[in-house]
Design a protein around this ligand. Structure first.
Ligand code: SF4
Ligand code: SF4
Length: 301
């Protein structure tokens, strides 16, 4: 799996889903400085993309719906036109029809649609504009001019979108809600969570084992080690002022790896759905590599 920079374009997501630790993220981000930069500027986004190696994928997801930043579409265009693999995860809140027409022209690596559900677990406002954009996306997926990789919906579809979603029966649907490594206190009966701390050496199935190279970027350039770290416990540094290489292989990550390899050092991974026993991860990794080499050999034959 490629290494990724997952961009938070803004602090404070007004979708405010029932299963999202927004309060925790806001209280930690502004704890020491209430005036900290809350919106990522286009200039700073460009600086950070330009500083990262070209194989690092740029992901629009993070701690906020990406289209709630008015420059989101320019950012996506910039990264895609720079030849980067770009993943977009969106509820469509803030995405106008004009934004969608521009998005559609780009070659995206992944587009994940977060859809409105009947119980409003994801509190996506079902407005006329939302329905129009959603319908265009579904039609375009059907006629092959746009591709929805996955749909994430936390319950049954909202009654107003049921007919639209019938146009995309071939898209895989994810319904599970995780508690982000114990970061949601009021699980409200809707999340899947790890009930007992995992013991022993662990690896991450989401962030490439012990590489831990799926990192979050916050609006002021802060780089967090892991996508579940909504309490901001593991800050690697600031990508606007430091190099990607220094942040990626610095002391914080090395110390964290040592804790992952220990029996029971206190770390987020012990309560995270994405962690696995290290030996299980290594076996799966070796199997995947073996399969890959067989494929290559067959390809050559
Ligand atoms: S859209 Fe995403 S970031 Fe925003 S509240 Fe919902 S889960 Fe959280
Ligand atoms: S908490 Fe650990 S296992 Fe979970 S995503 Fe982060 S690094 Fe991976």
């Amino acid at each position: 799996m490629a290494r990724k920079l997952d961009i938070t374009v803004k602090m404070g997501c007004k979708v405010d889903c029932r299963f999202c630790p927004q309060k925790l993220a806001l209280s930690r981000y502004f704890k020491d400085n209430p005036k900290r930069e809350s919106v990522l500027s286009f200039e700073n986004f460009k600086t950070m993309v330009d500083k990262t190696p070209s194989d690092v994928q740029i992901v629009f997801s993070g701690m906020c719906e990406p289209f709630l930043n008015e420059h989101c579409i320019e950012m996506i265009e910039y990264a895609a036109n720079a030849g980067r693999d770009v993943d977009v995860y969106s509820t469509l809140l803030g995405m106008s029809m004009e934004h969608y027409q521009r998005l559609k022209k780009l070659k995206l690596h992944i587009f994940v649609l977060h859809a409105a559900d009947k119980d409003m677990n994801a509190k996506i406002p079902v407005t006329d504009e939302y329905l129009k954009v959603l319908d265009s996306i579904a039609e375009d997926h059907k006629n092959g001019s746009f591709h929805i990789t996955t749909i994430s919906v936390h319950g049954d579809y909202h009654p107003q979108i049921v007919d639209i979603m019938k146009k995309v029966p071939d898209v895989p649907v994810l319904r599970e809600i995780y508690d982000r490594a114990g970061n949601i206190e009021d699980k409200d009966g809707i999340t899947t969570y790890v009930k007992e701390e995992k013991k022993g050496a662990l690896a991450c199935s989401k962030c490439n084992g012990l590489k831990l190279d799926i990192n979050y970027i916050l609006p002021d350039g802060t780089m967090l080690m892991c996508p579940m770290d909504w309490g901001m416990e593991n800050v690697l540094g600031n990508l606007l002022t430091e190099s990607y290489e220094d942040l990626s292989e610095g002391k914080i990550k090395q110390d964290y790896r040592a804790k992952m390899s220990s029996e029971d050092a206190k770390i987020l991974c012990r309560l995270c759905h994405a962690s696995q026993p290290l030996n299980v991860y290594k076996k799966a990794e070796a199997k995947a590599k073996f399969k890959q080499s067989i494929k290559k050999l067959l390809g050559r034959a």
